[in-house]
Design a protein around this ligand. Sequence first.
Ligand SMILES: C[S@@+](CC[C@H](N)C(=O)[O-])C[C@H]1O[C@@H](n2cnc3c(N)ncnc32)[C@H](O)[C@@H]1O
Length: 294
Amino acid sequence: MVYTEHVPVLANEVVEYLIKRPSGVYIDGTAGSGGHSRYILHKLAPDGLLIMLDVDEDAIAFLKKQFTGEPRVEIIHSSYTEIPHIVRNLNLSSVDGVLLDLGVSTHQVYEGSRGFSFMREGPLDMRFSKDISPVSAYDVVNTYGREKLANIFRIYGEEPYAEEVADAIIRYRSGKPIETTLELAEIVAGVVPHSGKKHPATRVFQALRIYVNKEFDNIEKGIRGAVDVLSSGGRIGVITYHSLEDKLVKNIFSELKHQGLGRVVKKHGIRPKWSEIQANRKARSAIMRIFEKR
Ligand SMILES: C[S@@+](CC[C@H](N)C(=O)[O-])C[C@H]1O[C@@H](n2cnc3c(N)ncnc32)[C@H](O)[C@@H]1O
């Protein structure tokens, strides 16, 4: 399988705002194809350490090949929700910075067999890791009832036609199971009107991905766990690509602040420069929020 590399978003800003001590210990909690990690390593001194995590086995296999012989990295197949255990297992007392770059990697979108894309034919899967997520998108669309489906589309996709999509799915599957991404995309496009440049299935696919991977629970657990192991003055940066995730991160940081655990750096978050958005379309919706431990 060819691994499609991912162009990291806000990479210079990640280094500028997170890497304060070149000899420090940092965690790239969503290493993907190592785009951000490469930028971080440029800034790290020979005695610095970068711990790279991903739940996706393909990503870990790729990273291990790419970073062989690099003594400053530790590549671990694990969820970022396990950061406190990982830090303890490595006999570290704390870390200086953590990065979470949420969402799917370019490789995951392009690899049709992962079932993430409404543009590429593949089985309805959408799991980052089959070990961690027992329920696939196939199970959800073929077995859940109308109410539960509509709730998923409404809550995790803010889909205004959530009920209509749920009805269309139930009608279709009474004839045969919905097996592929393009089959589902077509069912959704039959009831959700086209508006602007977005494909009508964008929100439904987003909702299913968030649901099957329990992404919102993970984000909350991941951020809290990371803040627990940050050193004083250490920072966590979280990059999101849609308003629902951004709202969640903003609220978690605000709660942490009210609990007296630290401060939010740059109240309105950091957005990519115009030049980055021109070069990389994926950057247009990105925002990074940063929290600094007291
Ligand atoms: C947007 S990509 C990261 C790309 C990376 N920053 C780069 O520059 O190559 C998000 C990555 O997070 C991973 N991921 C999703 N949930 C995760 C979790 N709970 N723990 C660790 N990694 C996760 C995905 O498998 C994917 O590779």
